[in-house]
Structure formats: structure tokens, C-alpha cells
Design a protein around this ligand. Sequence first.
Ligand SMILES: [Zn+2]
Length: 173
Amino acid sequence: MTKLMAIILIAGSALSGTPATHTDAEIYTWIKNKMGITENYEMPTVKHVSQSVLAVMIREKAEGHRKEWEEQNTQREVNEYIDMLAREVRGLFLAANMKVLYVTSDTNTGIYREAIVAHELAHYLQQKSGGDVYGPARWFREMQAEQYQAEYIEEFCPKCNGMGEIVKEEANQ
Ligand SMILES: [Zn+2]
């Protein structure tokens, strides 16, 4: 939830952003190296879609968990959670479809969009190398992907915040 709060705090600020610097294939090489993966898994296609298209897919997937979530939460809480996911989640990896990943094209900065590509590719590689992204350890895998997302921005834009907006005057470049 901290990340969500950070996103809300930053929303509305008009900070200068950074352009995109890498192709999806280059990001795939970067994340494979980060994760120490040497197997030549075929790279999935990264589909760049609008946030509204992505939101429809996120809702569809989330609805599949509704029954499970409503065992421990009220229906209203689950509705709010699904609305939040549709609004805030920027990429989608589906273990049922290993050939395609979805990433929003509606980001303020190119580097943030690239970091999301790295995040979703990390999920693909987690799944490929034997970790069930939607299994019992899913929160660990989510944190791992978020960490790679943050490291991508730190590496390619040391002056940027987590949204890829330039906020630091001094940075070791
Ligand atoms: Zn994730």
C-alpha cells in the first residue's frame, strides 16, 4: 500500500520526465541479467495498450478472485479494491498466457513505462524458472518485481523518482 500512497502523493505534480531509452528486447536482456537467468527462454511479446484497455483486463482477472477475497472482506471492500487495481495497476502478466504481456502506454515518462516492462518481464521469468507467480508466494514475487522496477529507474535515471520524473539536482551519473 505504501507504493499506492506514493503514487497518489505524486499525482498532479508537473515534473519533467525522461524519454524512453531502451527497446523491449534490451529491457529483457537487462532483467535476465539482473535475475541471473541464463536459459534462452523465448521473449514474450510486450503489448502496449491504453490504461482503459488494460483496466478491462485487470478487472476481468480480479473478478476471478472475488469469491476468495469476499471470504475475508466485505463486498464493498472488494469492489473498492478492484476499482483501485483497475486505476493504478500499470502492467499485466497472465500465467495462462505466456506469450504476451500487457503494459500501459499512458505513463508520464518513458523510463517509468520501461520500468513497468521490466517488472512484467520479471514475472514472466519468475514463472518460467519455476516460481508460481499466482501461487502462495505471490506477494514475495510481487515485491521482487517491484524492486527490479525501482532498480531500473535508479540505474538509467539516477535523478528520477520512482515515477521517472527528474527530481534530484545532484546525482552520481
Ligand atoms: Zn507485479
